[in-house]
Design a protein around this ligand. Structure first.
Ligand code: JCF
Length: 753
């Protein structure tokens, strides 16, 4: 062997021995007899003995046990992993086929490789010298996560294939789980009171992203190859189908139902035929992938930004099934809202078994006229929640019953009231209602809120039943003895839960605010509040006026402002003439009595009104002082912090040691303190909300309308009336570029107005 052969062999041996170590030490599932392993080690030792300077500290001869885990490090794809364009019906596929022929400059039927589109998780496997060196998820297409250790546990991923020592190839494909395995895993999870997966795709993704490969190893995952990425030292075939045959010969699983089809009609026939087989397949598929078979043609067609021009995924229509409504129950949510849920005869549709379907509210029930006992058509597309499309009136049984909104809460017996719109019915039990309390705690513990790992519905229900927890702050007073005394709570789970609670105490203001469950405050609004108020105390003390400010005169919009201006210009009265007198003599057009009274109450003289009209201060506007917070949310926040029991819980949480990092630097020091901006038009690089958030973070105020007090108007594309007003009032106007400079360095601020 010459030196370069030795080099190659050394690398391959190290990679392979690392695989065996992993199998042996981590999975307890050796892949080869000890003798074979020993032979590989001896061969490696021999090469290292010949070239002692090649010995590295990470060589298997120098280490003990499994190779270090590099779980979930980011890896860059050498060749981007693209996605596929979709076609949703025959017309869209025909349009794709036409575009292909146009671009290829001929009108012959195109030969496609057709294969099922598996609904799983795309991964890329890199083989160096025939040995699996790395597995990565698709990620955003350019960068994915290193999941090598987990992928090594998949039986259908060969860890060594017969390829030359100097070769390097990326095999791409889909990791999937069968329906049967998915059902089995969920049965097991349910028995243990763990979370169940929604569908095989999520189960596959969740299994592959386990931190412990031993868990992945127990999940029956499969890998189907569909193509190659980067390839070096390998003779390429001339067609896509040639690649797939080659990949299959190497030892990979490739879709069995694949075929070369020539022309549009054959493609349509393949799609129809696979659609019929779909329900009987072991795996979920959601369409057919068609690829131009000739690799030379693929090259001529090239790519657009995210997808190749030579391929398309022609999706199957969302699956629909018939089933019968057995009952309708009302679920009580965190805010007391009663949601009707139809319990239907379980049906498999779109890859999951559906037994419960939300009907959203009473309006929807009336609109669809759903009754208990009805046959209904149900649908589920992709990850979408199942829905009842329609009732089959001809199949309505004689004893079908109308669905009635209960007068009292099914969980606590409190009265149920419908809001003004009549759409939402609510339990009036508030925190007396166990369902509302349970949902409030679940929300508090959820991932985007306090992220208390392991605190699921089962535990919460138990805690409430045993009166260990009444409100969220009680969670932090749970002690080990209380927990261990609970049925089915092992010491280890108790310790894990206590550790999660301890970890959750260190949080952010935004998460904390979201966790409180203030009506109308979602996680984005909570972010906005945290950015603006920076700490809890000022927010707790805020009044509605701190969020919003009314300007101008109620009842006056742009049209009426214009008619007042017209009226003013037709008056020849002295500016000092009392306004009421002038109005009595000549009434402005198009303004009702009540509004006119408001105008005359607000301005003493004709001159006062003229000045206000000149400055554009008549129009009634609500100005939001906190970006992202409108009047309705503002009122909800203020009402929340007014309630004593909410403040007791908040104080309890703070006493328990919940904390978040202090805001950096006092607001007064912020570079844009005292400046007021208005944003109009669309900005190229960010939304108006983002721009507002960034300005407020620098201490500025962002309001909704231009006045003489505005420091500057930020005007993107299509500025409109605000731009005109700013120009009229002499308010400086900044374009997107100037805004970028300002955000970059607030010293670039314009002079005070
Ligand atoms: O089965 C799939 N989900 C699948 C995805 C099959 C393919 O042939 C693909 C794909 C994504 C991208 N081909 C590309 C180029």
């Amino acid at each position: 062997m010459n030196e370069s052969d030795d080099r190659q062999r050394l690398a391959a041996l190290r990679a392979e021995i690392n695989q065996h170590n992993f199998r042996y030490y981590v999975l307890d599932r050796p892949a080869v007899p000890d003798a074979e392993y020993d032979a590989l080690m001896r061969e490696l030792e021999a090469i290292e003995a010949k070239h002692p300077d090649w010995i590295t500290p990470d060589s298997p001869t120098q280490t003990v046990g499994a190779p270090p885990s590099h779980a979930f490090e980011t890896v860059e794809h050498q060749v981007p992993m693209l996605s596929l364009d979709n076609a949703f019906d025959a017309d869209e596929f025909a349009a794709f086929d036409r575009r292909v022929r146009e671009r290829l400059g001929h009108d012959q039927p195109v030969t496609y490789l057709a294969e099922p589109k598996f609904d799983g998780l795309a991964i890329s496997l890199t083989y160096e010298g025939g040995v699996l060196a790395r597995a990565a998820t698709r990620g955003d297409g350019r960068r994915g996560e290193d999941v090598t250790d987990n992928v090594r546990t998949i039986e259908t991923v060969p860890f060594r294939v017969d390829l030359p020592g100097d070769s390097r190839i990326e095999i791409r494909g889909e990791v999937v789980m069968t329906h049967a395995s998915f059902a089995e895993i969920n049965r097991r999870a349910e028995r243990r009171g763990e979370k169940v997966f929604a569908n095989p795709r999520n189960a596959a993704a969740g299994s592959l992203r386990q931190k412990d490969p031993r868990v992945t190893a127990r999940r029956p995952l499969h890998f189907f190859a569909y193509g190659i990425g980067a390839a070096e030292g390998i003779e390429a075939p001339e067609t896509q189908s040639g690649w797939l045959d080659w990949i299959e010969r190497l030892g990979f699983a490739v879709a069995e139902h694949r075929d070369r089809v020539e022309g549009l009609e054959a493609a349509q026939a393949f799609h129809a035929s696979l659609g019929e087989k779909r329900a009987g397949l072991a795996f979920d598929i959601d369409g057919v992938v068609f690829k131009v078979d000739s690799l030379a043609d693929q090259q001529r067609l090239g790519f657009v930004a995210r997808a190749p021009r030579w391929a398309i995924a022609w999706k199957f229509p969302a699956e629909e099934k018939l089933t019968q409504v057995r009952d309708v129950e009302f679920q009580v949510g965190r805010t007391g809202a009663l949601t009707p849920v139809a319990r239907v005869e379980p049906v498999a549709v779109g890859g999951v078994t559906v037994a419960n379907i939300t009907l959203h509210n009473m309006d929807e029930i009336e609109r669809k006229d759903v009754r208990i006992g009805d046959w209904v058509r149900v649908r589920r597309a992709g990850d979408v929640i199942p829905e009842i499309i329609e009732v089959l009136p001809e199949k309505r049984p004689d004893d079908a019953r109308k669905i009635e909104l209960p007068g009292t809460c099914p969980e606590c017996g409190s009265e149920v009231l419908r809001d003004e719109t009549q759409a939402v019915a609510r339990c009036t039990g508030g925190l007396y209602c166990p369902a509302q309390r349970r949902e409030a705690i679940r929300h508090f513990a959820s991932r985007r809120a306090m992220d208390i790992d392991g605190l699921g519905e089962k535990w919460i229900t138990l805690f409430l039943e045993r009166h260990l927890v009444e409100h969220v702050d009680d969670l932090f007073r749970l002690n080990r003895d209380d927990l261990i005394a609970l049925p089915r709570m092992a010491e280890k789970s108790a310790d894990n839960l206590l550790a999660s609670l301890e970890r959750a105490k260190e949080t952010t203001l935004a998460r904390f605010l979201f966790a409180l469950g203030i009506p109308l405050v979602g996680s984005e609004t909570a972010d906005d509040l945290a950015t603006h108020f920076r700490s809890l105390t000022p927010l707790r003390q805020a009044k509605v006026e701190d969020f919003i400010e009314g300007r101008g005169i109620v009842g006056i919009g742009p049209k009426r402002e214009e008619s007042l201006r017209e009226w003013l210009s037709a008056q020849s009265a002295e500016p000092s003439t009392p306004l009421a007198d002038r109005v009595a003599a000549s009434r402005p057009h198009g303004i009702d009595e009540q509004t006119l009274e408001r105008v005359t109450a607000a301005f003493e003289t004709v001159g006062d009104l003229a000045r206000a009209a000149e400055q554009g201060q008549l129009q009634n506007e609500t100005i939001t002082k906190v970006p992202g917070i409108g009047p309705e949310i503002a009122r909800s926040i203020v009402a929340f912090f007014k309630q004593d029991h909410n403040n007791e819980v908040i104080d309890g949480l703070l006493d328990a040691g919940i904390s978040w990092p202090a805001p950096k630097g006092p607001v007064e020091d912020a570079p844009l303190t005292g400046k007021t901006f208005v944003i109009t038009g669309s900005l190229p690089d960010m939304t108006r909300d983002e721009a507002a958030a960034r300005l407020t973070a620098l201490g500025a105020k962002v309001t909704g309308s231009v006045s003489s007090k505005t420091s500057a108007l930020i005007a993107g594309e299509a500025g409109g009336s605000k731009l005109a007003k700013a120009e009229k009032l002499g308010v400086p106007v900044l374009n997107a570029e100037a805004l970028a400079r300002l955000l970059d360095d607030p010293a670039n601020i314009i002079a005070d107005p």
